[in-house]
Design a protein around this ligand. Sequence first.
Ligand SMILES: [Zn+2]
Ligand SMILES: [Zn+2]
Length: 131
Amino acid sequence: MSYKETTAGVPDRAAFEQTEASRRLHCDRCGREVVRLALREDRLVVSSPLRRLRLDAQDLGRDPLALLMASRPALHEAMLRAHQDGLDFYCPGCDAMLCEAHYRCIPQWDEGFYDHTLGVCPEGHERILDD
Ligand SMILES: [Zn+2]
Ligand SMILES: [Zn+2]
């Protein structure tokens, strides 16, 4: 089973700094670190200031070890297949990683409960970052 912790649309750098990292992805605009990838107990751990995911091979449809070093579009596709909205802070329209200073994160609420976060890149491309 895959597993997720979310910050409900509010970027949390303090929690993010505590997460494990075998590989780090950075904002293409300012170089700030924005995603960490690691393996734990045969799962791919994907951490960002918005959430932390543990994804197993069955949900990913691929070996987590292979995905650890995969390209950003390949990671995005695998995370879509795992029903995890795609790679955090990645805009597929621009093929760009963007930090929370360069990617607007807009939490969406439904009757008082956090529902998902909408991301808007500087070019105006929108996607769901965390549902
Ligand atoms: Zn874009
Ligand atoms: Zn940035």
